[in-house]
Design a protein around this ligand. Structure first.
Ligand SMILES: Cc1ncc(COP(=O)(O)O)c(C=O)c1O
Length: 424
């Protein structure tokens, strides 16, 4: 697209936007009586207006029916989690028997590591990106310790080259190859939370498998954001949260993918609970765990229905919008943000900021991370004062993510315009 940094251009594109009506399905936080420029859907997605109705339905059924709601609610609670695989399989690119909604993200990461990180004397290493999200780092460190290894020995981090911010795929692949004999699992994020870099999950998975290791991904910043083909790429396992791009409430219920060949393997070690037990005989309450031969076999507990109702409210919007249209708009919207920021920066001799998110469309999602070279915190504070909701990461990075379901090209232009006014 031939971008222009003008309001007329932005509003003209908004007019043609096939998803423009979706903005009105969300509550947009207000600033001095006007919509904020909400660019933090990468941290907490906005509340769909229909969420209250979905949650209220379950509250009403609970009030009316009590425990009978498990069977007689409009959406019976006992199989409530079964509402999700059809919609989620389209978002993460997998079969319906490979996905389940349960728990929260870090809990699920640990549960998956219980099944897929089973180190031996020879194969005990976890290969990951340096500066992964702290919760992941702690999970890797404590899983290694739990099995009697030190993190220093067992956790192998791939770092950017000197003077670079993002990882080169070739470097990731060569680290996997070099540690091939001792690698147990390769565990990356799909999109790095700090730089916004989208990793080549297909290549990473192939390299992990060639080395004889499992490949898993934390998709917190990828699910609902970028195109995912977990089954086709032969990813072994993945997990994500639902409160970022999936707009399903703060701390909302999370998702898990397990490749069907593993999911069907009832003998795969796991920490089990009654909700993962064969549905036909679960209520006989017998001894001896018998796993459901799908991703559901990793469930521990019965469905947290109120959180799941919020998740359903958002996934219905994704379904209506369609992933293709979401991805199409995302590429144009974030492309426009790149263009506007580069335009502002280049007119000031490139001295204001450096975009550390890859410029290449296939290596990024919605997010753009700006390393502020001058007066970063002052600019950020001023943005907030002027109704922009963005996010500051120490020491000097502003992260912004325009989201196709509720952000507009006008939002992006306005954002650039406010930065220009701060710089004057
Ligand atoms: C990449 C990544 N992993 C893990 C987490 C932790 O998520 P939770 O607190 O839901 O377990 C986050 C939270 O933002 C994240 O971005």
């Amino acid at each position: 697209m031939d971008y222009q940094n003008t309001l007329a251009f932005a509003t003209a594109i908004d007019q043609k936007d096939l998803l423009k009506s979706f903005r009105s399905k969300f509550f947009i936080p207000q600033h001095q009586g006007k919509d904020c420029i909400y660019f933090t859907g990468n941290s907490l997605g906005l509340q769909p207006k229909q969420t209250a109705k979905y949650v209220q339905q379950e509250l009403d059924d609970w009030a009316k029916l009590g425990v009978e709601g498990h069977f007689s609610a409009k959406n019976p609670w006992m199989p409530y989690h079964e509402l999700f695989p059809k919609q989620l399989s389209k978002i993460v690119g997998c079969k319906e028997n490979e996905v389940v909604v349960m728990n929260s993200l870090t809990v699920n990461l640990h549960l998956l590591m219980v099944s897929f990180y089973r180190p031996t004397r020879q194969r005990y290493k976890i290969i990951c990106e340096a500066k992964a999200f702290p919760s992941d780092q702690y999970a890797f460190e404590t899983q290694a310790k739990y099995h009697g290894y030190t993190a220093e020995d067992a956790v192998v981090e791939v770092s950017p080259r000197e003077g670079e911010y993002t990882l080169r795929t070739e470097d990731i692949l060569s680290v996997i190859k070099n540690h091939g004999e001792s690698a147990a699992v390769v565990l990356f994020s799909g999109v790095n939370y700090y730089t916004g870099q989208l990793f080549d999950m297909k290549m990473i998975t192939a390299a992990a498998h060639a080395a004889g290791a499992y490949a898993g991904f934390d998709l917190a910043h990828a699910a609902g954001n970028v195109e995912l083909k977990l089954h086709e790429w032969d990813v072994d396992f993945a997990c994500w949260c639902s409160y970022k791009y999936l707009n399903s409430s703060p701390g909302g219920v999370a998702g898990v993918y397990i490749q069907e060949k593993h999911a069907a393997n009832k003998e795969l070690p796991r920490f089990a609970g009654w909700w993962g037990y064969n549905k036909e005989t679960r209520f006989k309450m017998d001894k001896g765990f018998e796993a459901i031969p799908t991703a559901e076999g990793w469930q521990l507990s019965n469905a947290p229905v109120l959180l799941m109702a919020a998740h359903k409210a958002s996934l219905d919007i994704f379904e209506e919008a369609g992933m293709e249209r979401i991805h199409e708009k995302r590429k144009q919207l974030t492309g426009y943000l790149h263009f506007v920021l580069n335009d502002i920066n280049s007119r000031r001799g490139g001295k204001i900021l450096e975009i550390i998110t890859p410029a290449n469309e296939s290596e990024r999602g919605c997010q753009v991370s700006m390393l502020m070279t001058k007066n970063g915190k002052m600019i950020f504070d001023e943005l907030i004062k002027q109704g922009v909701i963005a996010d500051w990461r120490e020491p000097n990075v502003i992260r912004v993510a325009p989201v196709p379901l509720y952000n507009s090209f006008e939002d992006v232009w306005n954002f650039g315009n406010i930065i220009e006014s701060i710089l004057k």
